[in-house]
Design a protein around this ligand. Sequence first.
Ligand code: ADE
Length: 261
Amino acid sequence: MSEMLNNAIERQTIGILIPMEEEIELLLSLVEIKSEIKIASRTFFNAQFAGKNVVLVKSGIGKVASSFTASLLIHKFGVKSILVTGIAGGIADHVKVGDIAIAIDAVQHDMDCRPLFPQFEVPFTNKSFFKSDPNLTSKLESAAKQFVDTEFDNEVSLETMQQLGIELPKIYLGRLASGDQFIGTFNQWEKIRADVMDTLFVEMEGAAVAQVCHDSGIPWCSIRTISDKSNAMAHVDFNLFLHKAAKIYTAGIVKKFIELL
Ligand code: ADE
């Protein structure tokens, strides 16, 4: 696709799908909300930021909640692309709590219709790995870099960094695995590493949204902050990060991303 056409697509409304209240609340206070529409227990916020139109929504957790929400964003609100964001668990060894992970592709690690279809393949799509949009993904990378370089020190206090045991975030691009499971035991972590090659991070929504976007013919992208290492301490680290830091990263990165669209 030509660059001109790409830019034209991105100037149209983008849907921003975030699973939990704690992740979305700060961002909602920073955009100019034009209207709120309630459908099926969800509030869709039509908003503007940096001269761009966005529809923000808290989806709820899991593949059903997020794919239903993505369908509404596309087919009711007419968004032309979707960003999925919030927090995630690290799977690769080098990814630490507080780092930022961006999806190159996404797979449903609990999709298994063997022997009818190969493991992970979504029946009738001929696909296991759904690629994110390269143009939006490179904008996410730039946005994350800008956030880390210019805002992180002001936004995250030393006290919070010490409490969470985090450092200046590193930014990684790689494979996202999603499924209807919180990954918080050694066995779960090991299984994902053994089953799904090269997984960088894990959460419960992105690959489902990627499938909806694929079926609907629209581009998607995803960026998440690592709240835990998907190990036996994951539930503790997850809650601490969710309440102390998730909204700061999400708002900081998403603001920069919208500016770059
Ligand atoms: N979101 C954040 N941490 C997660 C984990 N360990 N498993 C699944 N989803 C997550």
